[in-house]
Every structure is written in structure tokens, then in C-alpha cells.
Design a protein around this ligand. Structure first.
Ligand SMILES: *Cc1c(COP(=O)(O)O)cnc(C)c1O
Length: 472
């Protein structure tokens, strides 16, 4: 058997390439990355390619050359579809990709440190928890609050909603009578989370909104009272701090009053909007946010990190633990060796990516100043567009509290929805910019979402120019 093992040792040695091979591979990847960043302003924000070139390299017993792999990626992956790294990405909620995220991920992958349990890597867990506490401080949550770094806002919302369910002791038999309050503008991942959490049969009340798409707190209060009278069991409000469609922030302070008075769990989805709290002059819009029980926030949006980093923040850590803590017998060594808010006890994940390192690296290298400046720039770009697009004769939604807004053109004759849909398609055909649309009260609207750190004044001017050409 020893002979066989030694033979296999030789055959598997390829998995640990030598320094020369590593340098060649890393060099090629680095060159690729440099070219990508150098050309980013010339690359399209949207390309209609279908990406099938990635299938040109089949999996087999033997590997391929790095050059072939990178060529294939370039053709099939990098040049097809939406380019979230482009400053021309002005649709959905744009992505980021600041360079230190890549460096943090690189080190996280090479060292492969495990950030789930304090005993396994106290430093990694301290890094993740320090980031979570930094965000808790920004929100105004008290000491002792904690949470979890998730892959994104969807999972962050799911973790919070399951914790709310368990803390409020909504058992299976209670579900049909349990009541959840939200608005039609809540992100669709909240609906998914409600379903995944086994709450699909709960009563979901859509509270009407004011004309800036914010929850009407008076009607919320009335609805809760009615539900109580009817013998239902209200247990959770999901409010938004920055909706995806229009960037609206619900009246959080008033909603918190209602949550408190009725002992309801208040969860806030701040996946998109949360980091705008770093701007002193926008803090007021978020008044009351610190009174929530839990909150979802996305560093891969508002901190411009690469995709794959969201966070759930929870005031009462015990509630998170009630849902997520589990001690299996094969984990007994870990349990005996210290505890510093083990991420594995506060989320469904066990073995996980050390995703905090990319955020830590970015905050350490840059400090907060450039982030604050960049968020402010995005906010002003959206306000500038809101002002300028009206001069071209477009209708607009509310002036942007943050950096998302809606607009549409109503032509003298013909179908306005079709006209605006055509505008969106024209911009996609051109490819330099990418915009998305939405339907509100049955009407087609074009959205502007400025959140890429690379979106600059010239992108907005280009969009205004392109739209201007289509309507005069
Ligand atoms: C993006 C977004 C989500 C979903 O977050 P992911 O990171 O995409 O999973 C949830 N809520 C809001 C308001 C968002 O903008």
C-alpha cells in the first residue's frame, strides 16, 4: 500500500504547482486584470453576447493552458451581458469591484482561513465581527449588537426574518394567523425569504404608500389595530431604507413607534441605502433606523466591494442564536475553546468564505473618506440627472433621497409605455450604458441607479445626450 500511496503522491503533486508555475499563472491573471481595468471606460456596459464560448473548453482528464483559459473567459464571460464593473452600469443596483476586494479575496483563498468559529481562527472571526460592529455603530445599534456577514442582502434578509419568526415564537400552527406588514415596494427577496422561512401562509398586509412611495405610517397603525381586534397575531414589520425602484426611505421613526407599542419585530431592508448613512447631511432621512430589531445592508453595493458581501445586523444576538445555534458532537473541541460571537452560530453557514477580509482590506487601505466622497458624488449625480432630464421634457418621480430615481417621456401621440421601452432598448443596443426599467402603478418607467464607484459626470451627461437625441 505504501508504494501505491507514493505513486499517487507523485500524480497529485500537480495540485501544488511550483513557484515558477505559480508566478506564470499569477502573472497572466494579473495582466488580464490590468488590461480589464485599463480598458474599463472603453468596454461596453452591456453586450448582447450569449456567452457560449465558455463551453469551448471541455472538462477532461488533462488541463488547459492558462492563456487558452483566459482567452475563453474574455470572449464568453467578460464581454457578454451586463458589465457590473463599468461606470456605465446605471440599471438595477449597480455593482462595485474596488481593487482591494480582489486582494482580500486572493489572500482569503490562498490562506484559506476559516472564519466560522473563534477557536479555528480568532483573528478572522475578530475581523468579521469588528466589521459588523462598525456597521452597527454607523446604524446606531447599542453595544452588544452583532450579526453576520452573508453572501448578500437576500440571505441577510432571510436570516433576519427567520430570527424574527423564532423570537416571536411563530410556530407552524400560528402561521396562518400571523401578520407581516410591508409595502408593494419591498424588495422581492423579502417575499422569497418569507416563503423559505415557512411563512407563505401568513397574512401579508401591503400598507399603502404616500406619493413618494413611502409606507403610510398612519395606515400601518390602523391596520395593526384592526388585526389585533380581529384576533390575528401581528409579529413583524419589514420597512425599507432605500427601495430598489425609487430609493424611498420609509418613515422609520414613526414605524418604530408602532412596532414598539405593539411589540412587533421591526426589520429594515437597507441593502441598497444603508451606507448613505455615512453622509452627515443624509442622516436625517434615516431617523429612527436605530430603533429597529434587525437590518440588512450590502457592502457589495454601498461600499463598492465585489459581489458576495452582505450583512445582517441584529440588536438581540440571542434571537439570532435561537435560530442558528447548534452544537453537534463532532464540534465539541470548538465549543470548549472560547467564543467571540462565532459566525457559524449566527447564520445557516458552517464552512464559509472568509468574506470579511475584502472589506477589512478596503477600509484599512482607504479609510472611510473616499467612500463618503464617492457616495456623496453618486447622490449628487442622481440629483443632477433628476434636474437635467426635466429640461428635456421628461416626467420624473420623486427627487432622489439617495441615488435612484425614475423618469419617463410622454410623447404627444402614441403609447408612452412602448415609447419608453423602446428608449431602454435603444440604449442597450448602443451598449455604452446600461439602464433598467420598472412598472409602477401599471406605468412603464425608466430607472436611473447611480451606485457604481466608476460612474462619473460624463456617464450621466452621455445618457442625457442620448435621451435628448431620441426625443427632439
Ligand atoms: C439588492 C437588494 C436586495 C438583495 O440583495 P442581494 O445582495 O442582491 O442579495 C435586497 N433589498 C434591496 C433594497 C436591494 O437593493
Amino acid at each position: 500500500m505504501r508504494d501505491q500511496i507514493l505513486k499517487l503522491q507523485e500524480a497529485s503533486a500537480a495540485l501544488e504547482p511550483n513557484a515558477q508555475t505559480r508566478a506564470a499563472w499569477t502573472g497572466a491573471v494579473h495582466k488580464y486584470a490590468e488590461e480589464f481595468i485599463d480598458q474599463i471606460d472603453q468596454l461596453n456596459a452591456y453586450d448582447p453576447g450569449d456567452g457560449k464560448e465558455v463551453l469551448d473548453l471541455p472538462f477532461g482528464e488533462k488541463g488547459h493552458a492558462m492563456e487558452d483559459i483566459l482567452q475563453t473567459l474574455k470572449k464568453g464571460m467578460d464581454r457578454a451581458g451586463i458589465n457590473p464593473a463599468s461606470g456605465g452600469h446605471l440599471g438595477y443596483i449597480p455593482g462595485g469591484g474596488i481593487y482591494p476586494s480582489a486582494l482580500g479575496d486572493y489572500l482569503a483563498a490562498v490562506t484559506n482561513r476559516y472564519a466560522g468559529i473563534f477557536f479555528a481562527n480568532p483573528g478572522a472571526v475578530r475581523i468579521e465581527n469588528a466589521l459588523i460592529r462598525w456597521m452597527c455603530d454607523m446604524i446606531g445599534y447599542p453595544e452588544g449588537s452583532l450579526g453576520n456577514l452573508s453572501s448578500g442582502g437576500s440571505i441577510a434578509n432571510l436570516i433576519a426574518i427567520t430570527a424574527a419568526r423564532d423570537w416571536k415564537e411563530i410556530k407552524s400552527r400560528d402561521v396562518e394567523n400571523a401578520v407581516i406588514y410591508l409595502t408593494e415596494q419591498v424588495h422581492h427577496c423579502v417575499h422569497k425569504a418569507i416563503r423559505i422561512a415557512g411563512l407563505a401562509e401568513a397574512q401579508v398586509r401591503y400598507i399603502p404608500m404616500d406619493n413618494a412611495f413611502r409606507m403610510d405610517a398612519d395606515l400601518l397603525k390602523k391596520q395593526v389595530a384592526e388585526d389585533l381586534t380581529a384576533g390575528h397575531r401581528p409579529f413583524m414589520i419589514v420597512a425599507s431604507a432605500g427601495t430598489t425602484d425609487t430609493g424611498a426611505i420609509d418613515p422609520l421613526d414613526k414605524i418604530a413607534d408602532i412596532a414598539e407599542a405593539n411589540d412587533l419585530w421591526l426589520h429594515i431592508d437597507a441593502a441598497y441605502g444603508g451606507f448613505f448613512m455615512l453622509l452627515d447631511d443624509l442622516k436625517d432621512c434615516f431617523r429612527g433606523i436605530e430603533r429597529s430589531d434587525s437590518l440588512a445592508i450590502d457592502p457589495h453595493k454601498g461600499l463598492f466591494l465585489a459581489y458576495g458581501l452582505g450583512a445582517v445586523l441584529v440588536k438581540n444576538v440571542e434571537a439570532l442564536q435561537r435560530t442558528h445555534f447548534y452544537r453537534a458532537s463532532y464540534m465539541q473541541d470548538a465549543a470548549a475553546n472560547g467564543y467571540e460571537g462565532n459566525p457559524a452560530d449566527l447564520s445557516p453557514e458552517l464552512t464559509k468564505h472568509f468574506r470579511g477580509l475584502r472589506m477589512w482590506m478596503a477600509l484599512q487601505l482607504f479609510g472611510t473618506e473616499p467612500f463618503v466622497a464617492c457616495l456623496k458624488e453618486k447622490h449628487l449625480l442622481a440629483r443632477y440627472f433628476h434636474q437635467e432630464i426635466q429640461k428635456l421634457g421628461f416626467e420624473v418621480g420623486p427627487s432622489p433621497d439617495l441615488s435612484v430615481l425614475i423618469y419617463r417621456y410622454v410623447p404627444k401621440d402614441g403609447d408612452a409605455d412602448a415609447f419608453n421601452q423602446n428608449l431602454v432598448e435603444k440604449i442597450r443596443e448602443d451598449g455604452r450604458l446600461f439602464v433598467s426599467s420598472t412598472t409602477i402603478h401599471g406605468q412603464f418607467w425608466i430607472r436611473l441607479a447611480v451606485l457604481s464607484f466608476r460612474t462619473k459626470l460624463w456617464h450621466i451627461d452621455l445618457l442625457l445626450e442620448m435621451l435628448g437625441e431620441e426625443v427632439d
